[in-house]
Design a protein around this ligand. Structure first.
Ligand code: GDP
Length: 299
């Protein structure tokens, strides 16, 4: 928790401090709604979510008739908490083996790094993991993944630069089946400027792995960079059109005061956030825990 709290210092400093100041032991007055609205909006919760939260707050204040700002603060924190979905323990893999995961997202969001962190974290928990370097567009991505593979003690399936990503994905799941791996994590490229290609490529990867392993891909992780705020949401929609996204990894929370984006993501994409990244180290990727998230910002 301390790591998360430190990683989220900037969001805590903006959203958290402003709310705590506002709610510090005064008499409640309806004039304060506007201020709350402004604070939520500026923390990148976005207009739609901010409105919904304000409406619920007004309702509950009308019913409970709190006298002090502290009481209203407690109600608001409760509402914020209830709007984040509780995920299952992401380190417990379902029974079907191998589990096949595909990493998607715009270049630079932290896909390759997250794939590497997954490999290390699951390997350290006793799972047999294999990595697939299907981001064949960016030569450095394969090298980067190999570095993570070495660090984790995990094999990396790759081909030469420019190879067909679906072919690498195919090789990876083949190897995973042959070697009885528990988990295959496949990195992909994220060239948003070439949207039609990207969509075809992702759809093809999905088909190819599904042919080799029934039910695959079991998870498609959309990696979103928290520092891009609301822009990240627009990118997310493009990926949602191409492939069925099953979970979000929200990276770089350490680099932004806009951690409020978590609420916007949950609301607008309808996909749970299951991991958050607060730095470049392997331990800086952690399961998303809504209680801790809210406490790291507001508590
Ligand atoms: P990709 O193009 O999506 O594969 O992105 P990379 O995995 O290459 O990551 C881009 C940069 O972001 C690298 O320098 C990573 O170390 C960095 N990065 C990834 N996740 C985090 C995070 O949670 N916090 C911070 N501060 N940096 C991160």
């Amino acid at each position: 928790f301390e790591r998360l709290r430190q990683g989220m210092a900037r969001t805590r400093g903006e959203l958290g401090d402003r709310l705590r100041q506002l709610f510090g032991g005064r008499q409640w007055s309806d004039d304060l709604y506007d201020e709350i609205e402004e604070i939520l909006y500026e923390a990148d919760l976005g207009g739609a979510v901010t409105e919904i939260i304000l409406a619920e707050l007004r309702d509950r204040v009308r019913q409970a008739r709190p006298k002090t700002t502290d009481q209203v603060g407690t109600i608001l924190f409760d509402i914020l908490r209830s709007r984040l979905e509780d995920p299952a323990d992401p380190y417990v893999l379902p029974a079907e083996r191998p589990q096949v995961w595909v990493m998607v997202g715009v270049n630079g969001t932290g896909k390759t790094t997250t794939a590497g962190k997954f490999a290390k974290q699951f390997h350290d928990r006793g799972y047999h993991v294999i990595l697939g370097a299907a981001d064949t567009f960016r030569a450095a991505a394969t090298e980067q993944l190999q570095l993570w593979g070495k660090r984790a003690g995990v094999e990396v399936i790759h081909q030469s630069p420019g190879a067909d990503p679906a072919a690498v994905a195919f090789d990876t799941v083949r190897a995973a089946v042959a070697r009885h791996e528990d988990l295959a994590v496949i990195d992909t490229a994220g060239r948003l400027h070439n949207k039609a290609n990207l969509m075809q490529e992702l759809a093809k990867i999905g088909r190819v792995v599904g042919r080799e392993v029934p039910g695959a891909p079991h998870q498609v992780w959309l990696v979103l960079d928290a520092t891009t705020g609301q822009n990240g949401l627009a990118q997310a929609r493009v990926f949602q059109e191409a492939i069925n996204i099953t979970g979000i990894v929200l990276t770089k929370l350490d680099g932004t005061a806009k951690g409020g984006i978590a609420w916007a993501i949950q609301h607008q994409l309808g996909v749970p956030i299951r991991f958050v990244g607060v730095g470049e180290g392997v331990d800086d990727l952690m399961p998303f825990n809504p209680d801790q998230y809210v406490r790291a910002i507001l508590g």
